[in-house]
Ligand binder design. Structure first.
Ligand SMILES: NC(=O)c1ccc[n+]([C@@H]2O[C@H](COP(=O)([O-])OP(=O)(O)OC[C@H]3O[C@@H](n4cnc5c(N)ncnc54)[C@H](O)[C@@H]3O)[C@@H](O)[C@H]2O)c1
Ligand SMILES: [Zn+2]
Ligand SMILES: [Zn+2]
Length: 363
């Protein structure tokens, strides 16, 4: 089989690797039908995530078909189509039991393309299969559910739910890449009164308006704090979501919120940011952080099934799985290519019959 192998900073190749085998009775082997690339994969390729050892297959988002299960797996069987999430749950440790599998101490958490071989490959070994994968309803195509593997639950849990968005809120989303856009998309489930998108790139701000933002502010050319105060009667927003991961945008979020407002940080930070307690202590603010737990995946899946949520606009570019290297180039050069998410599809399943039938049925 083949997979996209990390060979140290700046080096990767689609190449032959040993076939996947069941290692633990709780494992499944999944044929990858559809996969995608995450901004975090680009961080890994820059060498920012030293836990990823050279020789590791990258990727932590996929939809595939079960081809083999270990002796202890009882809820899925060969032939089942499953969503493989960025978060694996052992189902037994304290954190998994308390609804925080992102912090799993039993061998799960974020492991694919990080601590074990990942999902940008023809096949993958999926640990703790019973407690970690989701069966995909027949009526939904791979592409309709693929982004549930990471960006949708991340934005929903770490942005919208941690930020406590409620109906009528004003919301600022700082950084409208895939994560910020997914925050806008899932925040709308809670009917905020006003969504303000803030970014440096006009192309991204245009996408934010398409995804449902009411106002777009380019913080490179406009005083974002002054604009937000104008839009909120001088008070600031109820919730500011940080979806960039640099000190300036975190600090900006703390300036955008009203007294007793909330900052929900999603961004992965590589440098220290200043928490201005000398200004904030008196304002009753709440700051939350988080790694995704992916515990809302089933809820989001039902919303897609019910036609209440449609993540398909994230798919801007499509490649065959064996073109993953070209897909990385397009994804990494988003400023030129306007890529949001690239979809990698195994040639054998380019047009799954179920998706074709659904398309015909939908007219
Ligand atoms: N907490 C988690 O579990 C989790 C999971 C996945 C991703 N993330 C993180 O979320 C963040 C966003 O991910 P993404 O894939 O959307 O990233 P991205 O790089 O595609 O998008 C970031 C956006 O921020 C904008 N931006 C950059 N600097 C800015 C500035 N100074 N002011 C305003 N806007 C600015 C960029 O133009 C871009 O549109 C990243 O830090 C990523 O690592 C966190
Ligand atoms: Zn990711
Ligand atoms: Zn666990």
């Amino acid at each position: 089989m083949k997979g996209l192998v990390y060979h140290g900073p700046g080096q990767r190749a689609w190449e032959a690797v040993p076939d996947r085998r069941i290692d633990q009775p709780t494992d499944a082997i999944v044929r990858i039908d559809t996969s995608t690339i995450c901004g975090t994969d680009l961080h890994i390729l820059k060498g920012d995530v030293p836990a990823v050892k050279p020789g590791t297959i990258l990727g932590h988002e996929a939809v595939g078909t079960v081809v083999e299960v270990g002796a202890a797996v009882t809820t899925i069987k060969p032939g089942d189509r499953v969503l493989v999430s960025c978060i694996t749950s052992c189902g037994r440790c304290r954190f998994c039991k308390e609804g925080h599998p992102g912090q799993c101490t039993g061998g799960g958490g974020w492991i694919f393309g990080h601590l074990i071989d990942g999902l940008q490959a023809e096949f993958a070994r999926v640990p703790f299969a019973d407690t970690s994968v989701y069966k995909v309803p027949d009526a939904l195509s791979d592409e309709q559910v693929l982004f549930l593997a990471d960006i949708l639950p991340t934005a929903f849990e770490v942005g919208v739910l941690n930020g406590g968005v409620t109906p009528g809120d004003s919301l600022a989303v700082v950084g409208v890449g895939p994560i910020g856009l997914a925050t806008i998309m899932t925040a709308r489930l809670y009917s905020p009164a006003q969504i303000i998108a803030i970014d440096l790139a006009n192309a991204r701000l245009e996408r934010a308006l398409e995804f449902g933002a009411d106002v777009a502010i380019n913080s490179g050319t406009t005083d974002a704090v002054a604009e937000v105060m104008k839009l909120t009667g001088g008070l600031g927003v109820d919730v500011a979501v940080e979806a960039v991961g640099v000190p300036q945008t975190f600090e900006l979020c703390t300036e955008l919120i009203r007294p007793a407002g909330r900052v929900a940080n999603i961004g992965v930070h590589g440098h220290p940011a200043t928490l201005h307690l000398e200004k904030l202590w008196i304002r009753d603010v709440t700051v939350t952080t988080g790694l995704v737990d992916a515990v809302t995946t089933a809820t989001l899946l039902r919303l897609i099934e019910g036609g209440r949520l449609d993540p398909s606009p994230f798919a801007t570019h499509r490649f065959r799985l064996d073109e993953t290297e070209q897909a990385y180039d397009v994804f990494a050069d988003a400023a030129t290519t306007q890529a949001l998410k690239v979809v990698l599809t195994a040639p054998s399943v380019e047009a799954p019959p179920r998706a074709r039938e659904a398309a015909v049925a939908a007219g």
